[in-house]
Structures are given as structure tokens and as C-alpha cells.
Design a protein around this ligand. Structure first.
Ligand code: URA
Length: 273
């Protein structure tokens, strides 16, 4: 354990009090080789449509064999006053800093923290940034993002009203699935974002999001179609928009999942003009 000088100790204590006052009770420490100062941190495609679902054909997303739990997600933090949510999100971003906690930092251009309303009732969780997200620093801005936008519109919502973030905040090379150590290193920040926003409903987009929110690797088919609980929010699992772009026949199934989310939020789909 490194010994901190009195000034650093004071600054660290002040920051922890600030976190505590915001209701954030879980801290994420960088590896001990970081200096104390580093530990502290500074205080579409138009053609892609969410169209009327086509008849179901029973092809499934490739399933992942069940494995033992990867980790136990920590319990949710106490509630945070609405006015402080934007400030709390900024603090989390500050803590992430110019992150080098996992190997993904070596290939990234921009950290993709998350985007949307700090007061969102609905929070979408994806897997990790792709090339477009990595260059813009925003989640879901490529082709899959265009489809996600269409899904949000179909729910009668605006993108600015929801919140969107990923399991990992840096782009995995060649868009591969994040490795467990990468996801386990990064996901505590996602959990903090969820704790701050406290959405009524979380939608896990695809198997990676479902795995790291639920703490278990299970085939998506067994997780869809019902409401799970996660850190005080209702969690619904559906297909990743990128998968739906590859297999649009599954949009009908995804729409059924989104309707569960809408029911939980008390929303009705806008009538088609
Ligand atoms: N896919 C994801 O999972 N997240 C993004 O932000 C973009 C594509």
C-alpha cells in the first residue's frame, strides 16, 4: 500500500466525501502502480429501417454454452438526487480519465463514455464501440446505431430522452467481443452510470450486455421475453442491433422485447401515420 502525502490524503478525503454526498458508495481503484495523483484524478444509413416485422423464421443468434458465473455484480448504491446526476456522471468520466486499465486502450482513438439524458427512464446497454463510435466518442452512431435510433423512435421516444452506454468504453480490435478481463475491468463504470441514472428499465442489447449485467453467460434465447431485476431496475434482454442487421427476420422478436420494456414504462407505440 503506497503512503500518501498529507495534501494528497486531504484531496482524496474531500473527493470521497463528495462521492458519498452524491450517493456513490462504490469506488473503483486503479492498480497500485499508478501514482497517487493519477489515482486521485482531476476533481446511418437512411436505408436501415425499423420496419414492420416480417414473419418469424426460427433462426437463432448463435448460442454461447452456459458457463459458471463470471462475477457477482455488486449491489446498487442508494438513490442520487436528480439534480446531481449530471455532476455525478461527470465525476465518473473524470475518474476514468485517459484510461489505461486494460489492453483496449492501446487501439482506441476515443473513450466512448455514454450519451443521453441523466434523467433517462430507459437505459440501453451495448457491447462496445465500433469504428464510428471510436472516432466520434459517442455510442451507437454507426449502422447499428441508426437501427437503434429507429427502435427508439418506434417506441415513441427520442434518442435524447434515453441513455446509451456499453459494457466496454474502448473499441475492441476488429470489433471482437470484449475479453472477460476487459469487460470486468470496465463494467464497474457502467454500473456506476446505472446507479446514478437509476433508470426504470434497462435494455441489454445482445449477449455480451446480458452476460455482464446478469453476471452469467447464458444463451440469449433463455433470457429474452421476461423481466429480470438489476440494481433496482427492470432489465429486458434483446438482440443486438448489429445482429438484427444481419438477420432482419428477428426484428419481430426484438420488437416483442421492446414492447415489454414499453409496458414496464407505461408507454404506447405511436400510431403509424
Ligand atoms: N455496438 C455496440 O455494442 N455499441 C456501440 O456503441 C456501437 C455498436
Amino acid at each position: 500500500m503506497p503512503v500518501l502525502d498529507p495534501a494528497t490524503q486531504q484531496a482524496l478525503a474531500a473527493r470521497m466525501r463528495f462521492y458519498r454526498d452524491l450517493g456513490l458508495t462504490e469506488f473503483y481503484r486503479r492498480p497500485v502502480d499508478a501514482s497517487p495523483a493519477e489515482n486521485l484524478g482531476a476533481p446511418g444509413l437512411a436505408s436501415v429501417t425499423w420496419d414492420t416485422p416480417s414473419p418469424t423464421i426460427n433462426s437463432q443468434e448463435p448460442t454461447i454454452p452456459p458457463r459458471k458465473p463470471i462475477f457477482t455484480p455488486p449491489a446498487a448504491s442508494p438513490s442520487i438526487p436528480v439534480a446531481d446526476r449530471a455532476a455525478a456522471l461527470r465525476l465518473i468520466r473524470e475518474d476514468i480519465g485517459d484510461c489505461t486499465r486494460c489492453a483496449l486502450h492501446t487501439g482506441r482513438n476515443k473513450i466512448v463514455f455514454g450519451d443521453g439524458s441523466p434523467n433517462a427512464r430507459l437505459f440501453f446497454v451495448g457491447e462496445g464501440p465500433g469504428a464510428d463510435e471510436d472516432s466520434q466518442g459517442l455510442p451507437f452512431v454507426g449502422k447499428a446505431g441508426q437501427l437503434l435510433n429507429n427502435m427508439i423512435t418506434a417506441m415513441g421516444l427520442k434518442r435524447e430522452e434515453v441513455y446509451i452506454a456499453n459494457v466496454v468504453k474502448c473499441r475492441p480490435p476488429a470489433n471482437r467481443t470484449p475479453e472477460p478481463d476487459e469487460a470486468n475491468t470496465c463494467s464497474p463504470f457502467l454500473f456506476q452510470q446505472i446507479d446514478v441514472i437509476q433508470p426504470e428499465v434497462l435494455v441489454a442489447l445482445g449477449a455480451t450486455a446480458a452476460t455482464y449485467l446478469l453476471g452469467q453467460r447464458q444463451p440469449l434465447a433463455g433470457l429474452r421475453g421476461r423481466v429480470h431485476a438489476f440494481r433496482g431496475s427492470k432489465l429486458i434482454v434483446t438482440y443486438h442491433p448489429a445482429f438484427l442487421l444481419r438477420d432482419p427476420r428477428q426484428k419481430k422478436e426484438a420488437w416483442a422485447d421492446l414492447q415489454i420494456a414499453m409496458r414496464e414504462l407505461g408507454l404506447q407505440a405511436p400510431s403509424r401515420g
